[in-house]
Design a protein around this ligand. Structure first.
Ligand code: COA
Length: 329
């Protein structure tokens, strides 16, 4: 079963709703028409009904049955303003400012998730990473017991033998320079996400050093975080610090990290910082011809994900299914 089929199957058993703040985007309209035909994930589009219907007609997509909400004429807007002001009151949010800010589709859509009007939100085709991330970070915040929201990407490809290779990489999008404690949290959440994609995680904490071969602040951070994560989650396969070659090549692993159950066979990778993570997952994806799913937000108290601006309609459809199911349940 492919990744998409796995999540579609889950939705068939437990249908959901998802809001798309970019209601007029043709990729959203195409994905919505497919979702409506599939009938297990109801799209809710934000924007002016007339504009959305015109855009759908022009692009040739049938979105009959989709709900359309115009933030400027939402019948529960006062209730939304009151709740938003309460949530952000300590940060200086007044009713007047709230009324203005909630007209931004990403704030409005995130509040629909917060109010339980929809199960999930997917945005980012026309916004920067921070425009997409800030509303969920500020409104939904972290899950109980978590201190940060982080993210991972899932990379997947079918091999010549017909088998699939699925890799999970974190944090490639949010935390710029995570601390030891934060890396442990990222590791724990990434393990949960990997399992949602039917991966049995073998986690490598990556570095430019393998098992003490090199020195430096970042090496120490990755070594300590790996050792502490191993102690905290003894049932999981976690190892580090190690270089990428030791992580994925059994021959190199035999030389550089003998006796490790992870080295040589890692499928879940924790990067030292977002620079390494973002460059690393893109190298793997582009050079290795992987399908990419993400960024998937981890540790957030609500189901929201971001889309890359280059995403196509198929990716919007797949990410909508993944987002509505959630990867941490
Ligand atoms: C995530 C990001 C947008 C936060 O933006 P920022 O300007 O640093 O935000 P701030 O530090 O001012 O924090 C804004 C709010 O988000 C919260 N926040 C920021 N990072 C957070 C995290 N990792 N987890 C949980 N909350 C977080 C803050 O607590 C703050 O909440 P508050 O308004 O209630 O005080 C920023 O870290 C970022 O740009 N990361 C890289 C994103 C990127 O470009 N990725 C590559 C492409 S995908």
């Amino acid at each position: 079963m492919t990744i998409l089929e796995t999540f579609e199957k889950r939705l068939r058993k437990d249908p959901k709703t998802i809001v798309f703040p970019e209601g007029c985007d043709s990729r959203v309209l195409e994905a919505s028409s497919r979702l409506l035909a599939a009938n297990f994930l109801k799209p809710i589009l934000l924007g002016k009904e007339e504009q959305i219907m015109d855009a759908a007609e022009e692009a040739g997509f049938n979105i009959r049955g989709a709900s359309i909400i115009d933030p400027e004429n939402y019948d529960r807007f006062d209730e939304m303003v009151e709740l938003f002001t309460k949530i952000r009151g300590e940060k200086g949010m007044t009713e007047e400012k709230a009324r203005k800010q909630l007209l931004h589709p990403n704030y409005f859509g995130t509040m629909l998730v917060k109010m339980g009007v929809v199960d999930a939100m997917l945005s980012g085709l026309t916004y920067s990473a921070s425009d997409t991330l800030l509303p969920p970070l500020q409104i939904l915040t972290t899950k109980p017991g978590r201190t940060i929201v982080s993210s991972c990407y899932v990379l997947d490809r079918a091999n010549a033998t017909g088998e699939n290779t699925t890799l999970v990489m974190a944090d490639c999008a949010i935390n710029i320079d995570p601390t030891e404690d934060e890396l442990i949290e990222i590791c724990a959440d990434t393990i949960i996400c990997a399992k949602a994609f039917n991966v049995v995680p073998k986690v490598a904490f990556l570095s430019y050093s393998t098992n003490g071969s090199g020195k430096g602040e970042s090496v120490t951070k990755m070594h300590n975080a790996a050792q502490r994560a191993k102690a905290m989650y003894p049932m999981e396969l976690i190892e580090g610090e190690m270089q990428m070659d030791a992580a994925v090549s059994p021959n190199v692993a035999r030389l550089k990290f003998p006796n490790s159950k992870v080295a040589g066979y890692a499928n879940t990778f924790i990067f030292p910082d977002v620079t390494a993570g973002n460059i690393g997952y893109k190298i793997a994806a582009r050079m290795g011809n992987f399908n990419v799913y993400g960024p998937l937000l981890l540790g957030l108290d609500g189901k929201v994900n971001g889309l890359s601006r280059g995403a196509n309609a198929q990716e919007v459809y797949t990410m909508a299914c993944i987002t509505a199911c959630g990867v941490e349940d």
